[in-house]
Design a protein around this ligand. Structure first.
Ligand code: MG
Length: 373
């Protein structure tokens, strides 16, 4: 009964190329339908209620907790991605429930200490096939999370799992339009919030950023709007207004270009759009401007000495911790030790570390090495 209500709603609101809940291939372990929640609403709720999702709160995005409390954590980044992705998805008349589930899931597999943690785990697990946060997200929701007594994992729908899988294997994949929106929203979000956080932390200045064409254009828009309103623009409001504009111009560009792309005759339904390899993109000018901004952020923010210092410290801690678990598997919790026979000790130790928050990782490393924080 519930699916027919959801179908009624989706039939009224969604475009033909959207993914409809009625077309879901279901779950690995079959479950009765919920009385009033659709399959992707249930997936979203399962993700939000998972331990791995809550731990995003203790995982760094770019800046650590020691650098203040203004900047984004992995959790607030995820919430911003979900919000922006839903706006884009609603405008393009895609399946917002599926988009929200995918957005909330997209970074769940990030290890402690961001990309520094990921690189270190990839190096430690080289013989095991490396480490990717996108693949680890699938391990978490299929094997490690265990909220139900009758099956392992969250038993998410095939579409959500497959979409996460296409993130892990970008070259050989043909993602649903909803998954593409989440990817685009991720990039829009971090380009905007990393500017905000880095300026607030005084790693870069607005004057330096103003040399970049995308920023110059946004600053110009800010100025025009404020001239019209007559409001006094302090440096603080200039930064905040710049971030609003950065999101606005990127989202508008993506929506406008996507609307043209979605006029393709292949977009009569989700499956055909997927098989035809339809790709939602920015206009080429915006893509070029975004690449320039990202190159600047890479050099000036992600490679900033303060960040590099954090990175090196985190990498050493992760290596020591990994070695300690490999030397003495008894240090691993029982529910991880049972995985050693199946996937090996090194992979088990890596998976355990990958699930940790930054703080818990440091705490464990201090405890095992007798170091003070
Ligand atoms: Mg992300």
């Amino acid at each position: 009964m519930s699916l027919s209500l959801i179908d009624l709603r989706e039939s009224a609101l969604l475009a033909p190329y959207a993914f409809y809940s009625r077309d879901s291939s279901g779950r690995a372990y079959s479950e009765p339908e919920h009385a009033y929640r659709g399959p992707f609403q249930r997936d979203r709720d399962r993700i939000v209620h998972s331990a791995a999702f809550r731990r995003l709160n203790g995982k760094m995005q770019v800046f650590t907790g020691a650098m203040g409390d203004y900047h984004r954590t992995r959790l607030t980044h995820t919430m911003e991605v979900a919000s922006i992705a839903r706006t884009i998805g609603r405008t393009l008349r895609l399946n917002e429930d599926l988009i929200e589930a995918l957005a909330l899931l997209h970074d769940i597999g990030h290890p402690p200490f961001g990309h520094a943690g990921e690189d270190t785990l990839a190096e430690l697990l080289e013989a095991e096939g490396g480490f990717s946060h996108n693949r680890f997200a699938l391990t978490l929701v299929r094997e490690i999370e265990h909220p139900y007594p009758i099956f392992p994992g969250l038993n998410l729908t095939y579409e959500v799992l497959e979409s996460q899988d296409t993130r892990a294997d970008k070259q050989h994949s043909s993602p649903l339009l909803e998954a593409q929106v989440v990817d685009a929203a991720d990039s829009i979000t971090y380009d905007a919030h990393d500017v905000d956080d880095a300026v607030k932390l005084k790693l870069i200045t607005l004057d330096e950023l103003g040399q970049l064409p995308l920023i110059a254009r946004c600053l110009d828009r800010v100025e025009q709007k404020h001239l019209a309103s007559g409001a006094k623009l302090t440096a603080d409001f200039l930064r905040k207004s710049l971030v609003h504009e950065l999101i606005e111009v990127q989202v508008s560009d993506l929506v406008q270009r996507s609307q043209q792309i979605l006029l393709s005759p292949a977009c009569t339904n989700a499956q055909e759009a997927k098989e035809a390899g339809i790709r939602l993109t920015h206009n080429s000018d915006m893509q070029t401007e975004k690449s320039k901004l990202e190159a600047f952020l890479y050099q000036r923010v992600y490679r900033h000495p303060d960040i590099v210092r954090v990175r090196l410290k985190a990498q050493n801690r992760l290596r020591e911790l990994f070695q300690a678990y490999c030397d003495d598997p008894g240090l691993l919790p029982a529910h991880f030790r049972v995985r050693i026979d199946k996937i090996g000790l090194r992979q088990t130790a890596g998976d355990y570390i990958a699930g940790m928050t930054d703080h818990y990782c440091l705490e464990q490393s201090n405890r095992l090495s007798g170091k003070t924080p």
